[in-house]
Design a protein around this ligand. Structure first.
Ligand code: GRF
Length: 187
């Protein structure tokens, strides 16, 4: 099974997935695509010897350039791991129920445009939430609104800073994301 990852930033989830499937007999990450030519995920891919490309807005949503890249790489699953752009409908239509995303909160709370990274964790702490977590969901034409596949929770202590919460979330992502992807691929 072939996995293509989209990422915009650091790429810790992408690296975790690449390494997890490196030892798998029936699945592998074959390509990483990013909308940010300076993304740290590109350095990780170079080190891990994974094909990686960056693209601009026109290539992504105003033309079929990225769709054609996908047609060449033929993914069985497209995984968004810290990818910040909304996915165009014509690509979603070409890969029905084959595009998933991970979000660092318990959707439907703390989702939507602009709710990513530390913005989410700051809001969780400001609102004195006692728990938060991760959500893995199918991607539809709206940010963070697709059908939920998996959630895992962690407690938020009153003494926790947003950075503490970010660390707890990171651990949940590292533990669960590869296993959920593997489960979907084996369906
Ligand atoms: N969508 C969110 O963006 C972050 C990406 O981190 P990284 O994988 O680039 O390190 C993760 O927290 C993910 O849930």
């Amino acid at each position: 099974k072939r996995v293509v990852i989209f990422a915009s930033g650091s790429g810790s989830n992408a690296e975790n997935l690449i390494k997890f499937f490196h030892n798998s007999d029936n699945a592998s990450v074959i390509q990483v695509l990013t909308n940010n030519p300076h993304a740290k995920v590109l350095d990780r891919c170079k080190k891990l010897n994974i094909s990686a490309l960056s693209f601009n807005r026109i290539a992504f949503s105003k033309s079929e350039d990225v769709l054609n890249i996908l047609k060449t790489s033929q993914p069985d699953l497209i995984v968004l791991a810290g990818f910040l752009w909304k996915f165009p409908e014509f690509i979603l239509k070409a890969y029905p129920n084959k595009v998933i995303n991970i979000h660092p909160a318990l959707l439907p709370k703390y989702g939507g445009k602009g709710m990513y990274g530390m913005n989410v964790h700051n809001a969780v702490v400001e609102n004195k939430e006692t728990e938060t977590g991760i959500t893995i969901h199918y991607v539809n034409e709206n940010y963070d609104e697709g059908a939920i596949i998996f959630q895992a929770k962690c407690t938020v202590l009153s003494s926790d800073s947003a950075e503490d919460v970010a660390e707890k979330i990171h651990l949940l992502e590292m533990e669960h994301f590869p296993k959920v992807v593997e489960k979907i691929l084996n369906q």
